[in-house]
Design a protein around this ligand. Structure first.
Ligand SMILES: [Zn+2]
Ligand SMILES: [Zn+2]
Length: 455
């Protein structure tokens, strides 16, 4: 039975998961409102939760006039005491030590809750302060740019380096479509890129289930697939930033985020395409270059991975020469050296330490290869849902979205390294690991790069 997504008024009713996959299916404690001109109802939405009367409102110079000012005024009129933390920046707001300090300074002993008015960074900063101070928070979203509104991780910057700190999800999330529609188009395109990445996440998860008997939740996949399909169907509305278009986009982003909360990990929504995006982000930060926005990078990586899958599926798995694969296996020490070289000494050693199961014995590799050969028909059937590369290219063109790594400021070597070594970012199973284990990774990467030559 497909899960049905419903609303009561503007409140999204969380889908009830009836599923016997064995994974947890928690229902997160969050009120989600999506609709046009609903910020004006924020007093009612927030009042229902009885957080108290004292709040810190976090906004920047862009989001404050968009929505922060109105929220502040309405709550003040309703008798709340709001202390404003206005993060004023000339350029992009970075989620760094200075911003965190400003939020803490705005807090008082009697602060009952926080309100984040913004998208990525403002929510990441606020969710970290919320978890560290034990206060609930409300999020008023201003752009459908990423799927992290309900995240429990805070990607922040410490001395210019990325750190992943804990966080909490908001108890109330308000997405006003009138505001989100008016966000700059590249932000919506970024959100769409993050959604498109779910193709790869689902495909990789299916491979993991077939090849490694990974736990798999068909209902989560159904929720994410439905949301993804709705977005693709509404592509023109997303480009035109119509109410319906942006609704399908923010719905997809939120449902993806909720799926993570329900099953307790990001398996249904992030895989190789996210590894590549994280890799690029890390590389750019090390070089002190502003990285492309998360969703935009995920979108670009998704294009490459769709082509990767196409190449992968064009192979005859039965032709794999086991002896040759065994001979060409990279010795343990050499693999370690490569990871350290590609990821840098600090992050590289963390990867090696965190993913010991990535250094397969030959017996395990052989078992996986045999499984691929034995279950080839099932693999092909389960991956039939993937669009073709030319369909994906057409989507990018129609949206006017960046397609190539060069379009988002990345070099050829950063592209190659992400495709060839993105698989090492974490132990999560991906098609790039399958290809590596079959001894055809480099061949496929070269084909993918060749196909993009003319773009
Ligand atoms: Zn993402
Ligand atoms: Zn399930």
């Amino acid at each position: 039975m497909p899960v049905k997504i419903d609303y009561v008024g503007s409140q999204l009713i969380l889908p009830k998961i009836e599923c016997d996959c064995g994974m947890p299916h928690d229902v997160p404690d969050i009120d989600i409102y999506i609709g046009s001109n609903i910020v004006k109802d924020c007093v009612e939405f927030i009042g229902k939760r009885n957080f108290g009367r004292n709040a810190v409102l976090v906004a920047d110079n862009i989001t404050y006039p968009l929505a922060g000012e109105l929220v502040e005024r309405l709550l003040t009129q309703a008798g709340y005491h709001i202390s404003l933390c206005l993060l004023e920046r000339e350029g992009v707001l970075e989620p760094d030590e200075a911003a965190l300090g400003e939020i803490l300074y705005a807090m008082e002993r009697q602060t009952d809750f926080l309100i984040a008015v913004g998208s990525g960074s403002i929510n990441d900063l606020t969710r970290y302060v919320a978890v560290m101070t034990g206060k609930p928070f409300v999020s008023v979203g201003t752009a459908a740019s990423m799927d992290g509104y309900t995240s429990v991780v805070s990607p922040l910057l410490n001395k210019g380096l990325k750190v992943h700190k804990p966080g909490v999800y908001p108890k109330v999330l308000i997405c006003d479509l009138e505001i989100m529609r008016n966000a700059p188009l590249p932000m919506s395109i970024s959100g769409f890129g993050d959604v498109l990445g779910k193709y790869i996440a689902i495909a990789d998860w299916r491979l993991g289930r077939i090849i490694n008997d990974e736990p798999y939740c068909p209902v989560s996949v159904d929720i994410v697939s439905q949301a993804l399909q709705k977005c693709v169907d509404n592509m023109d509305g997303i480009k035109g930033q119509t109410t319906e278009g942006i609704q399908s986009l923010i719905e997809a982003l939120i449902l993806s985020g909720l799926t993570i909360l329900m099953i307790g990990n990001t398996r249904p929504v992030a895989s190789m395409e996210h590894n590549m995006a994280h890799y690029w982000e890390m590389m750019q930060l090390v070089r002190k270059v502003t990285p492309p926005s998360h969703g935009t990078a995920v979108g670009v990586a998704t294009g490459y991975m769709i082509k990767f899958f196409e190449e992968f599926l064009s192979r005859d798995f039965a032709k794999v020469d086991l002896e040759k694969v065994k001979q060409n296996r990279l010795p343990h020490e050499e693999r370690k050296k490569l990871i350290l070289e590609k990821y840098g000494p600090q992050f590289g050693s963390a990867i090696i330490k965190e993913n010991p199961e990535d250094f397969l014995t030959w017996e395990e590799q052989e078992r996986r290869i045999k499984r691929v050969i034995d279950r080839e028909a099932e693999i092909r059937r389960e991956l039939e849902f993937l669009p073709t590369w030319s369909q994906v290219k057409a989507i990018f063109e129609r949206l006017g979205a960046p397609l190539t790594a060069a379009d988002i400021g990345l070099s050829d070597s950063q592209l190659y390294d992400a495709l060839a070594f993105g698989k090492d970012y974490r132990s999560r199973y991906t098609v790039a690991k399958t290809a590596d284990e079959l001894g055809i990774l480099d061949e496929i990467v070269q084909k993918v790069l060749g196909a993009y030559k003319g773009c």
